[in-house]
Design a protein around this ligand. Structure first.
Ligand SMILES: C[S@@+](CC[C@H](N)C(=O)[O-])C[C@H]1O[C@@H](n2cnc3c(N)ncnc32)[C@H](O)[C@@H]1O
Ligand SMILES: Nc1nc2[nH]cc(C(=O)O)c2c(=O)[nH]1
Ligand code: SF4
Ligand SMILES: [Mg+2]
Length: 218
C-alpha cells in the first residue's frame, strides 16, 4: 500500500459529518476529476503495510476511520481487504470514499463498515468511467451515494441516474448532494433538492469552513 497522509480531524462529509475521524489517505487515483481538491495525493506517498497502518491508527485514540485518497480501492486488493479485516477485529467504524469506477463487490465489508460511492457527474469529466453495477451492489441501508454537483446539468444527470438505477430515497437509499467547492450557489442546490422533494442529504465540506480550503491534513 502507499500512504499519502494519515491524520485525525472531524469528518467534513457524509452522514457522520462533524464527528472525530481518522483519515487514511492513500496515494494514487485512476481518475482525474476536473474539480479534484486532492491532486497532491496522485503521486506523493510512502510504501506501508496494513499492519503498519493499524499501528498509526491505534496511536490516534479514535474509533472512527475514513479510508480515502486518491482512490483507496486501487490499492492492492488483498492488502486493502486485510486492512478492512484488521479494522473490523478492533471494532472500528469505517467509511470508504470511493470514486464509483471500481467494482466494490471485490471487497467484503464487515459490521460498521460502509461504502461512500461518489458517482461522477458530467462536469467532472469522469462520468463515462462509472461502474454502474456498483449501484445494484451497494446495500441501501448501509452505504451512501454521493453526487458532487457543479451545475444544473450535473444535478439533472444525477436525478436521471437515480430514476434509471432505482436508487431513490423512498426505497431506502441514502443519497448525498455536495456542491463542487465555490462552483455553484449553495442556495440553488438546496432549492433543487427541495423542489424535487428528494429526501437526500445536502452537505458542504465542513473542513473547508473550519480551515483554509487548501490546507492538507485536515
Ligand atoms: C478527494 S476524493 C477521494 C476519494 C475518491 N477518489 C472519490 O473521489 O470519491 C474525496 C471526496 O472529495 C470530493 N471532492 C474532491 N474535490 C472536490 C471539490 N472541489 N469540491 C467538492 N468535493 C470535492 C470527491 O468528489 C469525493 O467525494
Ligand atoms: N475533514 C475531512 N473530511 C473528509 N471527508 C472526506 C474527505 C476526503 O478527502 O475523502 C475528507 C477530508 O479531506 N477532510
Ligand atoms: S476520483 Fe477522487 S481523488 Fe481521484 S481525481 Fe476524482 S476526486 Fe480526485
Ligand atoms: Mg478531502
Amino acid at each position: 500500500m502507499r500512504l499519502n497522509e494519515l491524520f485525525l480531524s472531524i469528518q467534513g462529509e457524509t452522514s457522520s459529518a462533524g464527528l472525530p475521524t481518522i483519515f487514511v489517505r492513500f496515494t494514487g487515483c485512476n481518475l482525474r476529476c476536473t474539480y479534484c481538491d486532492t491532486k497532491y495525493s496522485y503521486f506523493e506517498g510512502d510504501i506501508i503495510t496494513p499492519d503498519e497502518v493499524m499501528d498509526k491508527i491505534r496511536a490516534l485514540k479514535c474509533k472512527r476511520v475514513c479510508l480515502t485518497g486518491g482512490e483507496p480501492l486501487i490499492q492492492p486488493r488483498a492488502e486493502m481487504q486485510r486492512l478492512l479485516d484488521l479494522l473490523a477485529e478492533e471494532s472500528y467504524e469505517v467509511s470508504i470514499e470511493t470514486d464509483g469506477s471500481i467494482d466494490v463487490s471485490k471487497f467484503q465489508l464487515h459490521a460498521k463498515q460502509r461504502f461512500i460511492v461518489d458517482m461522477k457527474v458530467p462536469s467532472s469529466g469522469m462520468s463515462e468511467k462509472m461502474h454502474l453495477p456498483n449501484l445494484q451492489h451497494i446495500v441501501a441501508e448501509r452505504d451512501e451515494v454521493k453526487f458532487v454537483v457543479g451545475s444544473r446539468a450535473d444535478y439533472e444527470w444525477c436525478t436521471a441516474l437515480i430514476r434509471e438505477q432505482g436508487i431513490h430515497p423512498k426505497d431506502g437509499y441514502q443519497l448525498i448532494f455536495s456542491p463542487v467547492f465555490r462552483e455553484i450557489e449553495l442556495e440553488d442546490l438546496v432549492n433543487w433538492i427541495l423542489e424535487d422533494e428528494l429526501d437526500a442529504r445536502f452537505q458542504v465540506q465542513l473542513h473547508k469552513i473550519v480551515w483554509d480550503p487548501d490546507k492538507r491534513g485536515v
